[in-house]
Design a protein around this ligand. Sequence first.
Ligand code: ZN
Length: 498
Amino acid sequence: MSKAYEQLQPYLERAQAFQTAKVLFEWDNETLAPKKAGQNTSKVVGTLSSEYFSVITDPQVKKLVKECREEDLGQVEAAIVRELAEEMEKLERVPANEYREFSQLASEGTRIWADARRNKDFESFAPTLKKLVEYTKKFASYRAKEGQKLYDVLLEDYEKGFDMETLDRFFGTLRQQLVPFLKKVTESEVEIEDDFLTGDYKDEDQEAIGRFFAEYVGFDFDRGVMAVSAHPFTTNLHNKDVRVTTSYNRHVDDSLFSVIHESGHAIYELGIPDELTQTLVGGGASMGMHESQSRFFENIIGRNEAFWVPVYAKLQERFPQQLEDVPLEKFVKAINKVEPSLIRTQADELTYSLHVMIRYEIEKMLIEEDLDVDKLPEIWADKYEEYLGVRPKDAAEGVLQDIHWSQGSFGYFPSYALGSAFGAQLYHYMKGQMDFEGLLRAGEIGTIREFLRQHIHQYGKLKTSRQMLKEVTGEDFNPQYYIDYLVEKYGRLYGVTM
Ligand code: ZN
């Protein structure tokens, strides 16, 4: 091992420890922590954040990184140093006092947003949002390379190699092909019945069946736990401790598919090798690649008729009253029903990425075109009407529905749609390599999971999403696979063509 790298080790371990503790508090906050803990815990989290900041920006670390870069490091060490250098530059460019102000604003922002959403009152959130946009633009300008657009700086944080030019092309393809196709689907004569998915589904039964399905798709309860939170999410501490959450309501499919979705995220993290875990490269390659795995499990596997062949009886047994008389075919149609709606997180597979496209277009206007924040609710509503044919009646079901902007996260949303498209490209390739549906019908998900582990999970952050996609499928990112997948599947279901 290089001497400089050896000296860097203890700093890396300290940074990792602060980060892990912070993440664990965040998980706790959303699950088990008592309601009144929030403010005091925030102080602890604040201290952990600034400790992390000071380790990463320590002059000694900077010196060692420079030395490491001149030495011949192994692949993993080189990648860790690269990640560290990037993180250092990101934090260093922003003056510490401005960073602190922004962090505080973002944490208050979330509270103000939550109140505004509850009261359906955009105006009470608008001044905070304006400030968050200003900070975001200012920070991006500190970090922009010469000639680089501000929104491109932000996009790069979540998905390397996907700038506005690439995304304009991606979303342009979706707009041109999916919007008219969706119109045909919604105007088709086919009526899909799904009322049996809503009803008296007891929480404890949903939990039991959720645990069954998590395990069935490959979640390892010896290295992970499942809890309840308002919105489902996954937290990764290391490859022996990955935590997922879910929530229960009267719609059984909500918890069922959120469990499978979060299991997809978790399986990715559980597939990170020991050699990489607890380092700066010991996590998923990117937001988009992460979402590609969760949405792969949720949709390409979980909403596939073949998936249900061996296990539908299990679900019926647990809920005889609701599902005994519902044949498999009818159930599978119901879980794939298309219904343009207002809320992204409840969207069906076909309309999902159009929700994301709207957010992308608006973020671009906010960051690049100085869009007036006060005009947001109307622009939001107009776009929903244009692309999805629905119009929110208030801000809560419109512009206030997502938490991201209140946390100062701009540039995050596109990853959700990219992930779906990555997944479809992988699926296309995998079908040529294995009898995908045959494996699902035989209950052999392990073979599919192992393919993903070998080709994606095991690399952690050693490669970018785009590199990996190219290496696995032999082709650069190509959104047409995603469109083709959706048009084939939903065209069949609704008896329409492009
Ligand atoms: Zn997700």
